[in-house]
Design a protein around this ligand. Sequence first.
Ligand code: MBD
Ligand code: FE
Length: 311
Amino acid sequence: MTLKISHTPEVQALLKEAAGFNNDQGSPRLKQLMFRLITDVYKFIEELEVTEDEFWLAVDRLNKVGAQSEFGLLLPGLSLEHFMDLLQDAKDEQVGLTGGTPRTIEGPLYVANSPLSDGYARMDDGSEDHLATPLFIEGTIYNTDGKPVPGAIVDLWQANVNGTYSYFDESQSLYNLRRRIKTDADGRYRARSIIPSGYGVNPEGPTQECLSALGRHGQRPAHIHVFVSAPDHRHLTTQINLAGDKYLWDDFAYATRTGLVGEAKLVNDVEASKANGLDGRAFAELEFDFVLQPAVNPEAENRSQRPRVGQ
Ligand code: MBD
Ligand code: FE
């Protein structure tokens, strides 16, 4: 029989004391959040009859998740980052903020302040030239009236052929496969890159240990992340997920959404290859336009204040 004590006056008093309600220092908001969190953990423990062994195993695994900086990975794997998007979508709908390219999760692998150029950038450092399929990504940034947006910043980041990201994969060069491109007078951007491989969670880490215990994999389809921003427009965090990938609709982080699937079309044409500065070998082309909502206030132009590498 389930024993419940969390409603008793003694335990309620303990809860309030632990959440800082008996002092007038600290952060009122944190007290509010922590009060609720501890309340819910008390209830969780008693209602699910969490054993002492389960409790301390969880503490150990959470320590491991933190020690390996995997919280930013475990939480999307448990759908929480996607839930934040679903909630924002619902809030937007409630106030009539609709239209534009759908948002989707940022994930944990962004690095700020990548090289910035006008109109065009090559994103890869050439180190995988012998392995990778060159990929040209291009498109137009539009507003919701269908007009091009010149001077928008398209901030792209992606994995290499191993499915790993520069900075986090220390074997890659600084800012490899990370670039910011400012759209030209026609609102266009163009990048030379490579077709990325899908990402897989470290199979030895605590996130995969948890996913495996849930009977789940830790794979994402091949994808390209993007932030798009422009004066007077709402910041957009999204991704292009590549059609044809086995994990396109079986993403451990639930990031693929309708409207965010792009097709990298293979071009096997020596003349076209040479015209693109290649040596005649096949390459791929990915056309992807983004549509930005207007900014309803100045803060809407900026990305979230999430702590990130590179500031
Ligand atoms: C990624 O590359 C990613 O995009 C997400 C959401 C989580 C882990 C790795
Ligand atoms: Fe990613």
